[in-house]
Design a protein around this ligand. Sequence first.
Ligand SMILES: [Zn+2]
Length: 150
Amino acid sequence: MKANPATDRIIRKMQPGVLTRDGFLGEDDRSLKELTDSDDFAVRKMELTHSGIANRIEYLAEVGRKGYGTPMLYMGAYEITVEEVKGRIACPWGRCGTFQKGTVKIHNVNTDMTIVTTPLGIHMIREHGFYQGKGSPYRLDPYTLRWTLW
Ligand SMILES: [Zn+2]
């Protein structure tokens, strides 16, 4: 496959210790395109969209933010914990601005499924259709997202 300098630069920034301690790819050895194509397929198959998923996480995070780090129960079904940490982080794609550090944890009481993401993670879903590599601490599997968020 022909090397793509822009993609190479993004991949370099996704390595552990560059933007984050653990990086974004985990032990996933698929190419960035294979990875995003595969997740895109899974998302479409469930009749969801990247922006729809990002909007839903942001909506629930907004509710959770009112707890200032303590879990908030929403509609008796979602336990949401938002922890903000000092500092900001850039997106590996670049030119996207920076994002508040911290985590958003959403536990669905009914399905007993949980996701943990970050403001950057939400941005990467929305703008880049990127759910991070398998084994990455913030990997968001589309199936888990489906059964946590709805
Ligand atoms: Zn970006």
